[in-house]
Design a protein around this ligand. Structure first.
Ligand code: IVH
Length: 727
């Protein structure tokens, strides 16, 4: 099922943080599968799309950049099977660009960085980007001593024995080569060799998906004899440590590699202008299919090495080079239906069903239509993204593309092929799964189902949220268990809504002692057992009384995270008052209408604005939700009034605190809870309103912002000194 993605422009801070977290984990997983296991599960284009999305979110929310952000990492940590090699100079990655315009920006930024006069000459090399794996070959006294993969960029795997089996990699360099030199380049497999190898290996049942994986898998063999039997090749195009300079330009350096006996790419040229660079790119693009090896773009590098030196590096890539990736492949097909998919958070995404068509070697039958406006031809900022009249309708012939996106997307329609009978698509205003009403908030592109607590599409996610640590905190109910209970069709086991959690014990204990009923008994079900069942029931019972703020947070109302839940809980003190007020509230009908008194009371709560208030009112306007909440209370769940706000005398009471960097003595959640107990407000980003920044190791942009704003910064120990806890 395709994932529902909120466009980057539409993310709020909380969603952005969650999305960055998700992307970091997902990309790390793909890195691991790609680099360490040679078994990727997504295409390169899909991977690029994930990285692009991550970068776009980080550009919008620089304060949310994570310690473990994929933009700070290169590749994956080395696998354990081979010894580690620390690279004398890190093996970095390249930035990607996708359009001619981006290349122009790259050239401009290089010129600006170097403060070059507008007419000053600036040469670049342009060469194919080989789709293999990068390798560093270290020669000491002209003898090959170590060959290492890139690994995480700092440390790679020692694959020397295997590399020595590749005939075209020189074991010795001629006498005019430097005493120490690390020659870097790409190990790859030619397409025809790959196909032959596939045939040879077919009998063994072990095959590779493409030449790149085949090269990687062949290289990472424990037995060099196996590697020897594989047709690996190597192009030299870069270098690491050298004992002396051996060239003054990139072009010349690569020619020297050729002189020393390495294969170098014959499609490397020097370009004196942007036009020449793009010209070379487009000519290689045309030749691409006919080349004997896979490439995925063109790499541009500043030619003069002294300028490369001046330009230097960013954290993971050089400023003097960039990779211009080839665009997505496109195809034309017919749109046969539009279905609405409801994501785990209620977002309704239209999905196009297509007549099957092959794009870039993959058969495509679905494509995302993003949202309601996209179907109409309207972009995120209200701009037209397709010509007038090019709304997307069932029956249309459409062009689709697979690339800078995780799932294929529909670009445009062919109006001349539109059937005369077609009608504009009407986006549903009710959830196709649970029939609750679906609302689209102002300024939002996405329409959402409001029946979170009862909607099957959202149930597992909602229940997971409901029992999560900062909500009901029920141990023993992980995603697996929730899915089991949710999918069960037995009356004594079914958990479809949160209230069902609290009736589970009773339903189980009411089972008669028949053989049939014993199949419904939880302790007889695999993975449960009597001890864990008792633990689970006790954990559930222990939460029948719960702090009001946790209760409100657990409901998963849009925009009501922990902080807003606390604000509401502190103000209303009882759930009944909160609910009655929300139910009676009338939102402003238009300009000049302030809404009724109940509405005013909600927006008057410190920190609660009209967006949050509206989400709260919407939630209680949905009958399904009122019923789900009533069921919870009927099942004996009792929300308790909040404790009074933390000691006013605490040294941080009333202050706004930001935690950044990695904290070593407490988790982020702990730190936050502690600060809030002491009456402080915890913010996610540094602003003029911040009073104090608590910074652990690795703190980045926030530290700088704090310094710029003259805000006090302390470390974790000082924090404990201040709030008076022994460390
Ligand atoms: S230059 C410091 N040139 O692309 C820059 N890289 O996305 C070093 N690659 O890790 C890289 N062909 O594995 C360069 N002609 C080429 C390349 C190339 C393929 C790979 C290389 C690198 C990756 C970056």
């Amino acid at each position: 099922m395709p994932k529902t993605e909120i466009p980057v422009e539409m993310l709020n801070q909380e969603e952005a943080a969650a999305e960055l977290k998700r992307l970091a984990a997902e990309i790390a997983g793909h890195d691991q599968r790609y680099h360490a296991e040679d078994a990727p599960t997504i295409s390169d284009a899909e991977y690029d799309a994930l990285k692009l999305r991550n970068a776009a979110i980080e550009a919008r929310f620089p304060e949310l950049i994570r310690e473990d952000s994929p933009s700070r990492r290169v590749g994956a940590a080395p696998s354990e099977a081979f010894a580690e090699v620390r690279h004398a100079k890190p093996m970095l990655s390249l930035d990607n660009v996708f359009s001619d315009e981006d290349v122009g920006d790259f050239v401009t930024s290089v010129r600006r960085f170097l403060s070059l006069a507008p007419n000053a000459e600036l040469m670049f090399t342009a060469e194919p980007k080989i789709d293999g794996l990068s390798m560093s070959l270290r020669y000491e006294n002209r003898r090959l001593v170590t060959a290492a993969t890139r690994g995480d960029g700092a440390t790679g795997e020692n694959v020397t024995a295997n590399i020595r089996t590749i005939a075209e990699i020189p074991q010795h360099l001629p006498s005019n080569a430097p005493d120490i030199v690390e020659v870097r380049g790409e190990v790859y497999m030619r397409r025809d060799d790959f196909l032959d190898l596939q045939k040879r290996m077919a009998e063994t049942g072990q095959t590779f998906a493409n030449p790149r994986n085949s090269a990687a898998g062949s290289l990472r063999q424990k037995n060099p004899e196996v590697t020897k039997s594989r047709p690996l090749k190597f192009f030299a195009y870069a270098w690491g440590e050298t004992s002396e300079p051996f060239a003054t330009t990139q072009y010349e350096a690569v020619r020297r590699f050729g002189d020393w006996g390495f294969r170098i790419n014959d499609r490397m040229v020097r370009c004196a202008s942007l036009q020449e660079m793009l010209g070379h790119y487009h000519s290689i693009e045309v030749q691409r299919a006919a080349l004997p090896y896979d490439i995925d773009g063109v790499v541009y590098k500043v030619d003069r090495l002294d300028l490369q030196e001046r330009l230097g590096f960013r954290s993971r890539s050089p400023r003097w080079a960039t990779a211009h990736k080839f665009p997505a492949e496109k195809a034309t097909t017919v749109l046969t239906a539009i279905d609405i998919q409801v994501g785990r958070t209620g977002a309704m995404t239209p999905v196009a069903r297509l007549e099957p068509v092959t794009v870039g070697g993959v058969v495509v039958v679905n494509a995302t239509l993003h949202n309601e406006d996209y179907i109409k031809g309207i972009g995120n900022k209200g701009e037209r993204i397709r010509p007038e009249g090019h709304d997307i309708r069932v029956g249309d012939t459409v062009t689709i593309q697979r690339a800078g996106d995780v799932i294929p997307q529909i670009l445009d329609i062919l109006p001349e092929k539109r059937p005369g009978t077609s009608v504009p698509y009407v986006f549903p205003d009710r959830c196709p799964v649970c029939d609750s009403h679906a609302v689209r908030e102002e300024g939002e592109a996405v329409r959402r189902c409001t029946g979170g607590l009862i909607c099957a599409a959202q149930a597992v996610e909602r229940i997971r949220h409901f029992v999560s640590r900062n909500a009901f905190d029920i141990e023993g109910l992980g995603e697996k268990q929730i899915e089991f209970f949710f999918n069960s069709d037995k009356a004594a086991l079914k958990v479809a809504t949160p209230a069902d959690i609290f009736t589970l014990r009773r339903r189980q204990e009411a089972l008669p002692s028949t053989l049939d009923a014993s199949l419904e008994r939880l302790e007889n079900i695999e993975g449960f057992g009597p001890v864990s069942v008792k633990k689970l029931f006790d954990a559930i019972d222990a939460r029948r009384e719960v702090a009001l703020s946790r209760f409100v947070f657990a409901l998963g109302i849009r925009h009501i995270g922990e902080t807003n839940a606390k604000r509401l809980a502190r103000h209303f003190l009882s759930f009944v008052t909160l609910r009655n007020t929300a139910e009676a509230a009338k939102m402003p009908g238009g300009k000049g209408d302030p809404g009724n008194g109940e509405w005013q009371e909600i927006v008057g709560v410190n920190g609660i604005g009209s967006i949050v208030a509206e989400a709260l009112v919407d939630f209680f306007a949905e009958e399904h939700n009122r019923e789900a909440v009533k069921n919870l209370l009927d099942a004996g769940v009792t929300p308790l009034a909040e404790e009074p706000v933390g000691a006013v005398s605490s040294p941080v009471a009333g202050k706004t605190v930001v935690f950044t960097g990695s904290l070593e003595k407490m988790s982020r959640d702990e730190a936050k809870a502690m600060a809030e107990r002491l009456g402080a407000k915890v913010a996610g980003s540094v602003s003029k309103k911040t009073d104090l920044v608590v910074a652990g190791p690795g703190a980045g942009s926030k530290l700088k912002q704090a310094a710029d704003l003259g805000i006090e910064v302390i470390d974790e120990d000082q924090w404990f000194e201040r709030v008076g806890r022994q460390v």
